[in-house]
Design a protein around this ligand. Structure first.
Ligand code: KG4
Ligand code: ZN
Length: 366
């Protein structure tokens, strides 16, 4: 079975990975080099879900299947490279919507077998966590340990990244993810899906102090998050209206601004605890779709400055789901594996809907 040998990693400065991401509603493929150079990248953000107001797992899996093959071909054509120049195939093996993960990882394994290349199975959250280390993407060289606040439609957690394969989950949501809360509140306000960007735009017209909303878990120890009570509090503000009513614009804007302030205040309070729990952190980084929110970013920056930490938010296309982070994670993992004198080929790795980061260090056991 092919595997990348330790000596290959050390000598082959041109190590090139073909990577695939398919864990939610983005079908993506990239070619990433050892030094972080992105030779090519393609992404299809599935439009198939808009009419349903949220991601439909079965439709997502089918859309990955329809688009993946053409996307891989486009990526190869964009880079104008030959299979002989590719050293390994990497794909998300979890966590995520299992149908899509099965489609992407099976496709990648098929390519690996056909081309006699090793397959590297990637944990999607680990890939988000390592994105800030991609040279040329971050303004700084990112060393361990650092804090990552991952906030998207499906994930909300704070991770202390201490090394490749070593991730300490400081806390996570006990109910909704932040993006889910943005989307649900946006829906209540009559905005279209995905609601986060629309809610942020509407909030600019509103008074954030008009309504006092709960800041869940504020002041409590630890770094867990909770947003469902906040969502219910917003629903209670709207009880005078039918769900089919068009809300008065100023009222909707005031609700949006007050919600954005409450959720941000709660997040910042939880992250302040995270910084205290991981006092050796060299910086605060963020990733995930909600990290696009400028109001939140402004407060994350202020929090980092308060503790004299640099704050890094990668460009939006690398904050949201993408295949470049999957290729980069494979490069980091291969590097680490070579330090442990371990040959890598995950061809028998199974797709997983859940895959805790605490298991990642096991992959380097010899
Ligand atoms: O990372 P992402 O593209 O996909 C996954 O969920 O994996 O994140 C999408 C989420 C959606 O819930 C969307 O509403 C939210 O990120 N989002 C925002 C903003 N842009 C995207 N939330 C608040 N403010 C934004 N500007
Ligand atoms: Zn993601």
């Amino acid at each position: 079975m092919p595997s990348i040998h330790q000596s290959d990693i050390k000598t082959n400065k041109n190590l090139t990975i073909l990577s695939i991401e398919s864990s939610c509603d983005d079908t993506a493929c990239a070619l990433v080099r050892y030094d972080g150079t992105v030779l090519a990248e393609q992404i299809y953000s599935q439009k198939e879900h808009i009419q349903f107001g949220g991601v439909v797992p079965e439709i997502a899996a089918r859309a990955h299947l329809s688009h993946l093959s053409a996307l891989v071909q486009k990526t190869l054509a964009q880079a104008q490279i030959d299979w002989k120049e590719i050293d390994a195939i990497a794909a998300t093996c979890g966590p995520g919507l299992i149908g899509g993960v099965i489609v992407g990882s099976s496709f990648a394994k098929g390519l690996a077998l056909a081309q006699n290349l090793p397959f590297i199975g990637i944990n999607h959250i680990e890939a988000h966590a390592l994105t800030v280390r991609i040279p040329n993407i971050s303004p700084l060289q990112v060393n361990f340990p650092y804090l990552l606040f991952l906030t998207s439609g499906g994930h909300c957690q704070c991770i202390n990244v201490t090394n490749i394969g070593e991730y300490q989950r400081l806390g996570g949501t006990i109910d909704d993810a932040a993006g889910e809360a943005f989307d649900k509140v946006a829906k209540m306000l009559g905005l279209s899906w995905p609601g986060g960007p629309a809610l942020e735009a509407l909030a600019k017209e509103g008074d954030e102090n008009m309504f006092t909303l709960p800041r869940p878990l504020y002041g409590r120890p630890g770094c867990d998050f909770s947003f469902s009570g906040l969502k219910t509090a917003v629903a209670n503000l709207l009880t005078d209206y039918e769900t089919t009513d068009v809300l008065p614009r100023q009222f909707a804007a005031d609700v949006a601004a007050s919600f954005q302030k409450a959720i941000t205040t709660a997040i910042i309070n939880r992250l302040e605890n995270a910084i205290k729990l991981a006092p050796n952190s060299t910086l605060l980084a963020t990733a995930g779709g909600v990290a696009a929110n400028q109001y939140l970013r402004k407060h994350l920056l202020a929090l980092a400055e308060k503790y004299n930490l640099p704050f890094i938010a990668p460009p939006m296309k690398y904050c949201t789901d993408n295949a470049v982070m999957i290729g980069w994670a494979a490069i980091e993992i291969l590097h680490q594996a070579s330090k442990h004198h371990k040959l890598m080929n995950d061809i028998s790795m199974l797709p997983r809907p859940r895959w805790p980061l605490s298991e990642m260090s096991q992959r380097f056991d010899v």
